[in-house]
Design a protein around this ligand. Structure first.
Ligand code: ANZ
Ligand code: ZN
Length: 815
């Protein structure tokens, strides 16, 4: 009997598949499926164990779709530009272009060793001029549409990376890339006007099959709120405040302006000038995050002026305080200390009046004292003719009444800011703009694209707010495309998120010469049907790519407005000790070593078996050994069938009925698991099925008649362990690749009387198990059966508040 030797069969099949073009993308897809991974940034460390988790999942899905009659596009490429690549190159003292090319080579080789069914002819590399030519072209399109613009302002600045950062790249006051504390710098920068799409970016989330937490993060990041702008008269003109609680107007006892607000100078009275100026100067140096931190001691100064509350004519003092941000709403607020936490703290500290106007149940005649600040809805009092109304109704009435007097209007607020895109770094797509003294900034015409990134020696960041490209005079000096006069090129590059904004549009026709994308090919393949990647891109890539898609659709380049129909996130793979894998902790598992020791099939299988796909999981040496033993058993079983000889017919009939049942059952279970991204249960299904096959076969010993059942089993296994499946398939005398087969059919009559055992938990504790027919196991039927069970009744009073059902596996009733 031949030994299972992944080291020899795996490279062999990889070569044969590639030569024969087994996984080439079909030319004219009929029943298309676009299955996409978030392409990696090719770091110098090579592949880490986290990568294959998502990549194996999409590979399984791709195989499964092909088997079920779909034409599949499953490409791979490199997010090769950007800060991390450049920083790594600088550290090594190697030019970023050279270093990145080396890393790409290594990544590609590692991915090929895993036997993925990518169509490698479609590889894209964002640092390739043939690619970034079109990143630049899209930039010029957006520029012409007013969606890319230059503006001055206070920017986030990373002192270590020596570049500005987008809001999305500042996490808890630190640089997303290097973790340094960020500061602010006044600079003129390029922006994309993502705010123009704020509403659509929120509203169309509803139609997407995405994980709820990602949708919620996007909603929160965009941060839409329904409110109103209310005008307060003052001696120097009106002050407009943005509020989401106009119902609290009668409780507004003072106003606050952001230190940067344009009216601060005008409103400040003579005797307050010195104090106000001093305060404003200090406040400007603080980050917004520090300024709005909840536990921060409130500070502020009185301007000396008053404004008139439009609902009651009352004069209230106008203060300046840094807890009001210049960049949100109007930069001015009406402060209601009885109902807003921050206003309450401020009023306490500066002894300003706290006047409640909205009560909870306490306000309705009970003696109980109201706890302030009371920020919930309630019933109005101290509010003149609005007394007694519920606050949400009063809100609309008050705004409508003030609107008639032209002193208020309903207004939506958004937290989302325009996306800062320019970087003062070398390794990125040059912004295709030419600055002319006569004509202003001009887009580089398409015929002159790409603006190639010059091969300079001095690519280190300068730290003076200018890109190192500014020193490359040959690059900078040019002529104006409009008037032909002398002009200068923009020297900033784009953040890498611009590159990854549209790469999925390039794969359908990656070598297209006369355009960024090919309309016909896009029609055939887009939108992406299945997109898999990490959740860390929730408000970065996943938001930006949606924005570009919409902007391009509005310019009639695309016929769809959402790029990724269905999205799934994979959890992280942690070290065996449960901590993050990191070089400094010395707990990193190297994929090359794993392949060396067990082979790619075992590695693939284990990455999916390790736990529920969307949850973090720790590496487990024993688990991987278990997967290896399982594949060895498949091998040995296959060999036993190969060596089998015929016996009496009547004996095999019984075993065949059992084998049909086993394979049909497995097909059913594995199909459902793949469809639902429950790959770990798919793998356990494969393991159980092998046991069943062995059990049935043991009745007579191996017979050639059993081979067809095993062949069907091999098809089920092949998306997970493609090399082993292909090897055994060929040994079973097939000329063609296993991947030309169809997905196994299910003999319904063989599985009709199948039952499944489902444990039922009440509040997390198992109280009973249900024996139910495997067919039609909906949440409804299982819940109904559980609620009829005596021990469930005993532990659950009344209806469950929440039902958690893991299909075919577990029911948890929360009471
Ligand atoms: C009066 C009021 C009373 C408010 C009350 C809240 C509660 P969201 O919901 O996050 O959008 N605000 C407005 N502009 C601000 C700025 N530039 N800096 C800091 N705070 C600002 O927040 C809207 C609320 O935040 C607004 O409604 C305003 O305070 C404050 F019981 O107005 B409110
Ligand atoms: Zn000009």
């Amino acid at each position: 009997m031949k030994r299972y030797d992944p080291q020899s069969i795996e490279p062999k099949w990889q070569e044969i598949w590639e030569k024969a073009g087994v996984f080439k993308t079909p030319a004219a897809p009929k029943n298309k499926q676009y299955v996409l991974d978030m392409f990696p940034y090719p770091s110098g460390d090579g592949l880490h164990t986290g990568h294959p988790r998502g990549y194996t999942a999409t590979d399984v899905v791709s195989h499964y779709r092909r088997y079920t009659g779909h034409d599949v596009l499953h490409p791979m490429g490199w997010d090769a530009f950007g800060l991390p690549a450049e920083n790594a190159a600088i550290k090594k003292g190697v030019h970023p272009a050279e270093n990145t090319a080396k890393n790409v080579e290594r990544f590609r080789e590692q991915l090929k060793r895993l036997g993925y069914s990518y169509d490698w002819d479609r590889e894209v590399n964002t640092s390739d001029p043939d690619y970034y030519k079109w990143t630049q072209w899209i930039f010029t399109e957006l520029f012409k549409a007013g969606l890319a613009y230059r503006g001055a302002g206070q920017q986030w600045w990373c002192p270590k990376d020596k570049t500005v950062l987008a809001n999305e790249q500042v996490i808890d006051g630190r640089c997303e890339r290097c973790g340094s504390e960020v500061t602010k710098k006044e600079l003129t920068q390029w922006y994309f006007k993502i705010t123009e799409y704020a509403d659509e970016l929120i509203d169309s989330l509803d139609e997407l099959d995405w994980p709820e937490p990602i949708k919620a993060m996007q909603r929160n990041w965009i941060g839409r709120s329904e409110g109103a702008e209310v005008m307060f008269e003052s001696d120097t003109g009106p002050i407009t405040a943005y509020t989401t609680r106009p119902d609290t107007l009668f409780g507004a006892t003072y106003m606050v302006l952001a230190p940067e607000h344009g009216l601060v100078g005008k409103l400040t009275t003579k005797d307050q000038v010195a104090e106000v100026n001093r305060y404003v100067e200090t406040a400007k140096r603080e980050s917004d995050i520090a300024r709005t931190a909840e536990d921060r001691e409130k500070t502020g100064v009185f301007t000396g002026s008053y404004a008139t509350n439009p609902v009651n004519g009352e004069k209230i003092p106008v203060w300046v305080a840094d807890y009001v941000l210049a960049t949100y709403g109007t930069g001015a607020i009406m402060a209601v200390p009885a109902h807003d936490v921050r206003d309450h703290e401020f009023a306490k500290k500066f002894k300003l009046e706290i006047r409640p106007v909205i009560g909870g149940p306490a306000a309705e005649g009970s003696d109980e004292e109201m706890v302030l600040p009371h920020s919930e809805e309630g019933v109005m009092f101290n509010s003149d003719k609005y007394d007694g109304l519920p606050s949400d109704q009063a809100r609309e009435k008050i705004v409508a009444d003030l609107e008639k007097k032209n002193v208020a209007k309903p207004k939506r607020g958004y937290k989302l800011r325009d996306w800062l895109i320019s970087r003062q770094r070398y390794w990125g797509t040059p912004i295709p703009i030419i600055h002319c003294d006569n004509c202003g900034p001009q887009p580089v015409p398409e015929k002159d694209l790409p603006v190639e990134l010059p091969d300079v020696k001095d690519y280190l960041p300068t730290g003076d707010g200018r890109s190192p490209l500014a020193k490359a005079t040959g690059f900078v000096e040019t002529t104006c495309p409009k008037c032909g006069g002398p002009a200068e090129r923009e020297t900033d590059t784009m953040d890498t998120f611009a590159d990854s904004n549209w790469y999925f549009l390039r794969y359908p026709n990656p070598r297209q010469k006369d355009g960024a994308f090919d309309k016909e090919a896009l029609k055939q393949w887009l939108p992406v049907d299945t997109y898999v990647g990490g959740a860390e891109h929730a408000v970065l890539h996943l938001l930006y790519a949606r924005f570009w898609t919409k902007a391009l659709a509005d310019r009639k380049y695309l016929g769809f407005r959402e790029p990724f129909k269905s999205l799934r996130n994979q959890g992280l793979i942690m070290a065996e000790d449960g901590r993050k894998m990191s070089k400094s902790l010395g707990n990193v598992v190297n994929p090359d070593d794993v392949i060396e020791a067990f082979g790619a099939d075992t590695f693939r299988l284990f990455e999916l078996f390790i736990g529920p796909f969307n949850q973090d999981a720790a590496w487990d040496t024993r688990g991987i050994e278990g997967c290896y033993r399982f594949l060895k058993r498949v091998w040995v079983f296959g060999q036993s069938l190969l060596e089998a000889t015929d016996g009496p017919d009547q004996e095999t009939d019984i075993a065949e009925a059992g084998l049909e049942r086993a394979v049909s059952k497995a097909t059913k279970r594995i199909t459902a698991s793949i469809e639902q991204f429950r790959f770990n249960t798919a793998v356990s299904g494969l393991m159980e099925a092998l046991n069943d096959l062995q059990e049935q076969t043991a009745k007579t010993g191996p017979r050639p008649a059993y081979r067809p059942y095993f062949e069907r089993y091999l098809v089920l296994l092949s998306p997970f362990a493609p090399h082993l499946a292909e090897e055994l398939w060929r040994e079973l005398d097939h000329e063609e690749s296993i991947f030309t087969q169809g997905w196994p059919a299910i003999d319904e009559s063989a599985v009709a009387d199948d039952t499944v055992t489902i444990p039922v938990q009440v509040n997390g504790k198992v109280r009973t198990t249900l024996e139910l027919p495997a067919d039609g196991l909906s949440e409804e039927t299982v819940t109904k059966a559980a609620l009829a069970d005596a021990s469930v009744k005993k532990h659950l009073s009344g209806k469950p508040k929440k039902v958690i059902y893991v299909e075919g596996e577990l029911l948890n009733l929360v009471g």
